[in-house]
Design a protein around this ligand. Structure first.
Ligand code: FE2
Length: 298
């Protein structure tokens, strides 16, 4: 299954050749950044994204911006107007998703008309849309973005996410070095395992879905940046984005109740990944977060 990464000396030789070819003299000249923003939850998530995305981009100057949008429409999936809102100004290059992608029926058509919207790639192959897209970053480098979903505690009938990634990597062009994987999964163990499985083979594995940022971001030994979960973009005075009273009643009374997004100040959460565009390996990963003090105008 191609687990073995290139030997270190092979990689260094390749790096030297590439630097010579591209006339890149210093290490920093080959550095590019990807900004990844975690699950945007409902109207508060979209509001805080609008409010702070520009500021985050000004601070970090990423060449590519990827946002997980699976909860963007009221916490459940996406609609046409939400897609227009997120993609309309060109600030976001790719939208990833997860288990809620099909919650709105219109998503079945939307995902076929909008290639920048990804669904987990390990759904059956004939599902609408795709979980793999090659985007051109602002520095001209092609970046592969892959969205896959976990099977532990969430969707056991999906294809194996590990083998799914193997298949994509086997087929990708050899010249495509920079690859970001959004692993939308419930179990931390599965997310950590995916990081180790792909270490040295992709640029980054970022976890989404559980909506609580983890403090385990790091670059693994073979050069893959990893974090178990980047956290949600939405209201943290909530239960992972949903109104706290509703969730407490569901837990205590055990009665079904319609879930509604929480209201109030929200936070934007994500990571910035520094990647060597020549090798596709990462040098650093940093958590980023900005918190509203009040909701302000929507
Ligand atoms: Fe999810």
């Amino acid at each position: 299954m191609g687990r073995a990464a290139p030997r270190h000396c092979d990689r260094l030789r390749l790096l030297c050749l590439l630097r010579e070819y591209r006339r890149i003299d210093t290490v920093d000249e080959s550095l590019m950044k990807i900004l990844f923003i975690g699950d945007v939850f409902g109207r508060p998530g979209r509001r805080v994204l609008r409010r702070y995305l520009g500021e985050l981009k000004d601070q970090h100057d990423p060449e590519l911006t990827v946002v997980n949008a699976e909860n963007a429409a009221g916490g459940f999936g996406v609609t046409e107007s939400v897609l227009d809102e997120l993609l309309g100004d060109g600030e976001i290059d790719i939208l990833t998703s997860g288990n809620h992608i099909w919650d709105k029926r219109e998503a079945l058509d939307l995902i076929q008309d909008e290639p920048r919207l990804l669904r987990p790639h390990n759904y059956p192959a004939d599902s609408p849309g795709s979980g793999w897209r090659v985007a051109t970053a602002s520095n001209g480098i092609e970046v592969g973005v892959l969205n896959v979903m976990g099977t532990v505690f969430m969707h056991p009938t999906l294809d194996c996410p590990f083998r799914c990634v193997d298949e994509v990597l086997k087929k990708k062009p050899e010249t495509l070095n920079v690859v970001l994987v959004d692993f939308h999964a419930e179990a931390t163990s599965e997310k950590v395992a995916m990081g180790w499985y792909l270490d040295g083979r992709v640029s980054a594995v970022v976890g989404t879905h559980t909506h609580v940022p983890t403090a385990d971001e790091r670059v693994l030994p073979q050069g893959t940046a990893h974090i178990s979960d980047v956290g949600m973009t939405g209201c943290y005075n909530s239960v992972i984005g949903v109104d706290t009273d509703i969730i407490l009643r569901r837990f205590v009374d055990r009665m079904p109740e319609r879930m509604e997004p929480a209201t109030g100040p929200a936070s934007i959460c994500g990571v910035v990944i520094d990647i060597d565009e020549l090798t596709g390996l990462s040098r650093a990963i940093e958590r980023v977060r900005m918190d509203e003090q009040e909701t302000g105008a929507t």
